[in-house]
Ligand binder design. Structure first.
Ligand code: NAP
Length: 487
């Protein structure tokens, strides 16, 4: 197998343009979830590391903020280009530390770069307004100005894209940022930091620190210079951060958990629906916030849909992500496999019927025990754990419905509101159902709705804030007005 070139394999924190160890000297190993092989050692920091990173960001801010949007866009576009030029290396690094198949990792690198590229252009369109006043001698000038120092705390499931969705718009708006990546996947984050440096983004504008999440999060939220925290992760941690953000009234974007419904109506193209479900459910081994967790199929196409789905799922190749043709790699850690196993056992003990998979598999010698066969379960019911909790694994629970009204009631019966999907060929139903789904994202005959041009984000317990689209810039600016009198 190829190796990741040394210039992308960083073993230090990026603070103020320098690669440094943790303030307390701590270090942590990063291991390949498919083999347990240690890939690298990174610093394991805490509050002091976060404070030093905020110092660096605050020092870099004035010059970066003073630039024109076009001057900021130039190194940002270079960063996006470098990510694409180094796509193979970044993808391999991601597969090795996170587990996703190489083809998906290549896709994520391009997806991650697209957010930087998109934001670089959107930064040029941070228009203000001149508003007519109710007084003859006044005008109101509205400005959108960068927030200042910002922070990002990110999860392991999209090690590059979850960072660039925040970093791109923050920098394009004129903010500096401190990033704390997940402990399972710091190497991709540090590699993005290395490319940001190479692209000519000034020292201190991008900082990456790893380590104790609570200590780093607390230090960021205790520091009044940090004007915004953008968090992607679980609803549980989102709540904790929101409570702590109250202290300095730190602005938040919270991209939290989901529990997506996937509806297939009698008038759907069944093959397209199966293909859509394979794409949205089994990507990243089912470890995405937009993964369907409740597949609801109308009676007329139920048997055909489940038969085709079970056949297609059983054919998905399981193995280490770097092997040709693999669609299902290892889950990220032991805890993740244990949760999937628990959900499947619980469902089966309460009457669900297995149609594919259902257990761990060993796809080769010398591999870790973290591979779970892609699974299809029929007849899930509300009392099963997987009906209301994210499984975060390759498991499709399916059940039948009879009417559109019943389907919508089941679909909206969740505290989460991130992604939802439905398949129909009826134009009136398409509008009706899209409007009735209480979710931030609706894939209508589309199993892969995420893209840099769209405002990704949730409602209810899935959080608030939007990433992508033109709306993302609002997350990183203050709106100020100047009441201009004496005209
Ligand atoms: P997580 O446990 O909430 O962790 C996310 C990040 O928060 C990690 O970097 C974690 O570091 C850190 N963290 C944990 N406790 C913290 C605390 N008290 N203070 C500050 N930081 C803290 O989530 P995960 O298991 O990594 O990711 C999976 C979750 O993310 C799922 O619920 C998924 O749906 C959600 N997600 C949402 C989106 C979206 O856009 N809505 C996208 C992807 C994933 P440590 O691991 O070191 O604790």
């Amino acid at each position: 197998m190829r190796h990741v070139p040394g210039d992308l394999l960083k073993g230090g924190h990026l603070v103020g343009g320098r690669w440094v160890g943790a303030a307390g000297g701590g270090a942590a190993e990063v291991a390949n979830p498919a083999t347990d092989e240690v890939l690298a050692t990174v610093p394991w920091g805490g509050g002091e590391d976060a404070r030093r990173a905020v110092d660096a960001a605050a020092a870099a801010l004035p010059e970066w903020r003073a630039r024109t949007a076009a001057e900021r866009a130039e190194p940002l576009r270079r960063l996006a280009s470098l990510m694409l030029e180094r796509r193979e290396d970044l993808a391999l690094l991601m597969t090795l530390e996170q587990g996703k198949p190489l083809a998906e990792a290549r896709g994520e690198v391009a997806y991650a770069a697209s957010f930087v590229d998109w934001a670089a252009e959107e930064g040029k369109r941070l228009y203000g307004e001149l508003v007519p006043s109710s007084h003859r001698d006044k005008r109101i000038l509205v400005l959108r100005q960068p927030l200042g120092v910002t922070a990002a705390i990110t999860p392991w499931n999209f090690p590059a894209a979850m960072i660039t969705r925040k970093l791109g718009p923050a920098l394009a708006a004129g903010c500096a940022m401190v990033v704390k990546p997940a402990p399972q996947t710091p190497l991709s984050a540090l590699a993005v930091g290395a490319l940001a440096e190479e692209a000519g983004i000034p020292p201190g504008v991008v900082n990456v620190v790893c380590g104790d999440a609570e200590a780093i999060g607390d230090a960021l939220l205790a520091d009044p210079r940090v004007r915004k925290l953008s968090f992607t992760g679980s609803t549980e941690v989102g709540r904790i951060l929101m409570a702590k953000a109250a202290r300095n009234l730190t602005r938040l974007s919270l991209e939290l958990g989901g529990h997506a419904p996937f509806l297939v109506f009698d008038d759907a193209d069944v093959d397209a629906a199966v293909a859509g479900l394979l794409a949205s459910k089994y990507r990243n081994m089912g470890q995405t916030c937009v993964c369907p967790n409740r597949i609801l199929v109308q009676g007329g196409v139920y048997e055909a849909f489940v038969d085709r789905l079970a056949g297609a799922v059983a054919a998905l190749k399981v193995g280490p992500g770097w092997e040709e043709g693999v669609r299902i790699g290892p889950l990220v850690d032991d805890e993740a496999v244990a949760k999937v196993e628990r959900h499947v056992r619980d469902a089966v003990s309460k009457g669900a019927r297995l149609r594919a998979g259902g257990e761990r598999v060993r796809p080769g010698a010398g591999l870790a025990d973290r591979f779970f066969a892609p699974t299809v379960l029929e007849d899930f019911t509300p009392d099963m754990e997987l009906s209301h909790e994210e499984t975060f694994g390759p498991v499709s629970p399916v059940r039948r419905f009879e009417t559109e009204e019943e389907a919508l009631e089941l679909a909206n019966d969740s505290p989460y509101g991130l992604a939802s999907y439905f398949y129909t060929r009826d134009a009136a139903r398409l509008i009706r159902v899209a409007e009735a789904l209480e979710y931030g994202i609706v894939g209508a005959n589309d199993g892969a709705p995420s893209t840099a041009q769209a405002p990704f984000g949730g409602v209810k317990h899935s959080g608030f804030g939007r990433e992508g689209g033109r709306y993302v810039m609002d997350e990183y600016v203050n709106v100020k007005y100047v009441s201009w009198g004496g005209l």
